[in-house]
Design a protein around this ligand. Structure first.
Ligand code: CA
Length: 236
């Protein structure tokens, strides 16, 4: 039997906390809870959970500070829970090192899916560090061979420009995760790039025209309005 994965919930709203705790326990996770940031940080450092669910609006600390503190010693996955729908806050959380976010109110299946993705992604990264395996992105007819730098859709080679290929690769290597506009721009055009999303949007429109049957209803790369882009998680 594989050991249960442990999840720490840092959330001051009792009803939400117990809803999540019940859901996760029923789905085979070991759960710890903390109602303040300080308590959460001390459990995180002493017990090293596999994943943290973090409410940004805590009574004693700013959730962003908690993310930064944890990131100073660990890259364990952090999913932010937020009642606030402001895009800016999600962007700040992601840029501070959170892996994903979920907005209240959310359903059980959405929560479990986000957790599975974050845990898998983290495992995948750890596996890559320990091996020379060449990853391939694969989902519904789309294949990206990172070693051969080859993108195929239903067996046909897709011709991408240098920038388009870099963009698709960045998203594919982080598939399932939201990447913020600033993060993408920094990675593709460098830290001194104009932080104007226009060039990114134009390139993304070209990519969609090449990859998506209907660019208005994408199958591979989704827009997270006001935040960034998320690529459908790879099945390989
Ligand atoms: Ca709260």
């Amino acid at each position: 039997m594989t050991p249960k994965q442990s999840i720490l919930i840092i959330e001051d709203e009792k009803s939400i906390c117990s809803f999540i705790e019940t859901t996760l326990t029923a789905n085979g996770y070991k759960v710890q809870t903390a109602s303040t940031g300080q308590k959460g940080l001390s459990i995180a450092t002493s017990l090293c959970p596999d994943l943290i669910l973090l409410d940004l609006g805590l009574p004693d600390m700013d959730g962003l500070d908690i993310i930064q503190k944890i990131r100073s010693w660990s890259s364990l996955p952090i999913i932010v829970i937020s009642a606030r729908t402001q895009e800016r806050e999600k962007v700040n959380a992601l840029d501070s090192g959170a892996d994903d976010y979920i907005t209240k109110p959310f359903g059980t299946s959405e929560l479990l899916a986000r957790i599975r993705t974050a845990l898998r992604h983290y495992q995948h990264i750890s596996d890559l560090k320990g091996s020379s395996a060449v990853p391939v992105y694969q989902y519904d007819g789309l294949t990206i061979d990172f070693d051969k730098r080859l993108v195929t859709l239903n067996g046909q080679t897709i011709h991408l420009t240098q920038i388009e290929y870099k963009l698709v690769t960045l998203l594919a290597q982080n598939s399932g995760k939201v990447l913020t506009y600033d993060y993408i721009i920094n990675h593709i055009w460098g830290p001194y790039a104009d932080n104007n999303n226009q060039i990114l949007r134009v390139n993304m429109a070209h990519i969609r025209r090449k990859l998506e049957a209907n660019p208005a209803e994408p199958n591979y790369i989704f827009t997270e309005i006001g935040v960034g882009y998320r690529m459908q998680e790879s099945q390989s």
